[in-house]
Design a protein around this ligand. Sequence first.
Ligand code: AVJ
Length: 333
Amino acid sequence: MNFISQEIIRKSRVSITNQLQEIGPGEVIEEIVAALQSTRRSIPSKYFYNGTGSLLFEEITRLEEYYPTRTEKAILRQIAPGLMKQFGTYDIIELGPGDHSKISILLQAATGMNMKSVRYLPLDISQQAINNSAENLVKAFSCVEIEGYAADFTSQLDLIRREKPAMICFFGSTIGNFDWDVSLELLQNLSNQMKKGDIFLLGMDMIKPLRVLHSAYNDARGVTAAFNKNILNSVNNLIQSDFNTGEFDHLAFFNKEKSRIEMHLVAKNDLTVHSPCFKEDLIMMQGESIHTENSHKYSTEHIREITGATGLQLNHTHTDGREWFSVTEFQKS
Ligand code: AVJ
């Protein structure tokens, strides 16, 4: 097959739309500036995932200390054949996939079952991540057709064009970035948009020994620290600010009361940050911090509460032997 015909086939199996433009730079700037200038300074976690940030996160997922990705994938490998047998003809919608390693496990199972066509609809905040995944997936799996969306699933869930019943995947414990009440709202919203019979797969990181949690976010090679600091580069790019990553320390700890890992960036010295988007310079004292991420850890009680709050029916919860991670299958009834 020559290059041109290959190119046409490849293209016809992929369509990607960028819906982030709909949000507009003004809203992004407003959101970041307001969070930075508030009394408890923060940066919304979704801004981690610029090009470098997505790559650093992928590096984190390969770290010895970072158990979640590896554990979740082991669970997915176990349940993939059963899932594809039952729901392989459904549209597979994935919220915030990042890389394509998890859908690959499902597509591998589909290939093993000789499935002719699988429709995959990824929705991710990173346009680059969507492009990369699409390119790799069409090469690796002849059955896959991709309709990708560069979009923010917290506000743009409704734009997905579905053709069939859906299996919606929300893996990686990304849900953990949201406060409990906000995540319930997000899931209620999702449930409202599901049709009877649709399936929802939710990956959640579970409560476990403190030392395991702590080292997962304080790895020896400092990749997590680099990931945390890189959010400042991402912000610099979005609001033309002059944060210097070298002026901050990485801080990550388990907040037991709130059942979450918190990540912060702590000013090593007094410092000033400028941006044309600020009304006034941002002045930080030594020791003052910016809260960059929460990563909630769950119990089976939380899973039950989701059922109650969303009205979704709980089909199964799958876990690994140590119950460090869970993948729960819900169904819209
Ligand atoms: C992608 C949000 C699930 O919370 O563990 C990894 C991000 N932060 N190391 C997580 C992250 C620090 C990750 N999530």
